[in-house]
Design a protein around this ligand. Structure first.
Ligand code: GLU
Ligand code: MG
Length: 444
């Protein structure tokens, strides 16, 4: 720890860094920052910086609104897109109470606590998300979205601004120590995807925050707007953040069992069963906006039904078949989350659901055989396949009685989240939309 702090202080001096951004995240996963000069850094690393937490969504408490941001020296990075002669750096902070105890509104703390529970059982938890997003031609987000291309899956086009932006984003991420496994044009026009190489879940939640920032920065520098909104275009695919998860015991992938016909261990099966069992309860966290539920509809490769399968993109949990000899990469892909989620909270609830399945020895339901979108309601009911919540309101109804989610988020975050999201639902519900005017006014 000391050494890491020394390294940070030395780097700041040697690289002539004049400005350091201290990043943290509110309960909804929105990036926040304040800025300090190198003169303040030593003190900030040693003692933290006080700030008024009541100004941050989800941090507010009636009394003692002051909290401390404690920079995590391990996360120090120079921002390659800023600064020129006087580079800018950033560091993530943990938020604590003034007495040094973790602040219960801090999403990093929520995830750390979930990871500690896993560690008590001997597991470390890894995540690898696939972030989908759109580029729109106007730098101004209030303009009507105009796509940059009419491309589709894997298109390789010449002289394509969006592909160039994506390439620069990937190279910037690599410069920042965030390895990218893969990137591609996605199905919808102007829709792209960046898949990050797996790391432990806390590093990955930080990496998701950084990736969202880098994608947006590089777009903005070029007068383009990048968005992680789950469903910006009607009639087109939405943007998901399918995430691959695995548990390790030391160096051993705990999801792999060579003796099983699917190569899946009892731990993996318990984990999948847990995630499926609690899927409806955790969806408000993995899909937290009114707009998230416009994505979770039939026909756009987004999950709608609570099911698992090996190679079926309509399922909620997909188990990718590892490449020959690469059994260490045995993992599950959870396809519900969207890139507008708070990654700290989303990873924490998926982990908690999976661990619960392992602890309680839940039975894994049979693999979904067919394309689930094509099943009739009766067929689905006969197979006992539930649906994900159809709206934010339904998702909150499923979350509210959940002991699992309350224990994972902690009372403060849980209650604030439900209150905030119910208010969002009401703001949405009271609107009279163009759809209603078009459909009802002429006839009613
Ligand atoms: N865009 C789809 C979604 O909303 C996923 C497409 C894919 O399979 O990568 O989840
Ligand atoms: Mg994709």
């Amino acid at each position: 720890m000391e050494r890491q702090q020394d390294y940070v202080l030395r780097t700041v001096e040697e690289r002539g860094i004049r400005y350091i951004q201290v990043w943290f995240t509110d309960v909804l996963g929105i990036a926040k920052a304040f800025h300090i000069t190198p003169a303040e850094l030593e003190n900030a690393l040693a003692e933290g910086m006080t700030f008024d937490g009541s100004a941050v969504d989800g941090f507010s408490r009636v009394q003692e609104s002051d909290v401390l941001a404690r920079p995590d020296a391990q996360t120090f990075q120079i921002l390659p897109w800023r600064g020129g002669d006087a580079p800018v750096a950033r560091v993530f902070a943990d938020v604590t109470n003034l007495d040094g105890t973790p602040f219960e509104g801090c999403p990093r703390h929520v995830l750390r606590r979930a990871l500690e529970r896993a560690r008590d059982k001997g597991f470390s938890f890894y995540a690898a998300p696939e972030l989908e997003y759109f580029y729109f031609a106007d730098g101004d987000p209030s303009a009507t979205p105009r796509t940059l291309d009419s491309g589709s899956y894997f298109d390789l086009t010449v002289n394509d601004l969006a592909s160039d932006l994506r390439k620069r984003t990937v190279l910037t991420l690599e410069d920042m120590g965030i390895p990218v496994e893969y990137s591609q044009h996605e199905d919808a026009p102007s829709q792209h995807e960046i898949d990050l190489r797996y790391t432990d879940a806390l590093t990955m939640a930080d990496n998701v925050m950084t990736t969202r920032m880098v994608v947006k920065e590089i777009a903005q520098e070029n007068g383009v707007y990048a968005t992680f909104m789950p469903k910006p275009l009607e009639g087109r695919q939405g943007s998901g953040m399918h995430t691959h998860f695995s548990l390790f015991e030391g160096d051993t992938n705990a999801f792999y069992d060579p003796g099983d016909p699917f190569g899946l261990s009892k731990v993996a099966k318990g984990f999948i069963a847990g995630v499926l069992h609690h899927a409806r309860e955790i969806t408000a966290v993995t899909n937290q906006w009114v707009n998230s539920y416009k994505r979770l509809v039939v026909g756009y490769e987004a999950p709608v039904y609570v099911s698992w399968a090996r190679n079926n993109r309509s399922a909620l949990v997909r188990v990718p078949v590892p490449k020959k000899g690469k059994t260490d990469s045995t993992r599950i892909e959870y396809r519900a989350p969207d890139p507008g989620c708070n990654p700290y909270l989303a990873f924490a609830v998926v982990l908690a659901a999976g661990l619960k399945g392992i602890e309680e020895g839940y039975d894994l339901p049979p693999e979904a055989a067919a394309n689930l979108y094509e099943l009739t309601v009766e067929e689905r009911m006969a197979e006992g396949i539930a649906s994900l919540p159809g709206s934010l309101s339904e998702a909150l109804d499923a979350m509210q009685p959940s002991e699992l989610v309350a224990a994972t988020l902690g009372e403060h975050v849980f209650e604030w989240f439900i209150r905030n999201k119910r208010a969002e639902w009401i703001d949405y519900k009271v609107q009279v939309t163009q759809f209603e005017l078009d459909r009802y006014l002429p006839t009613l």
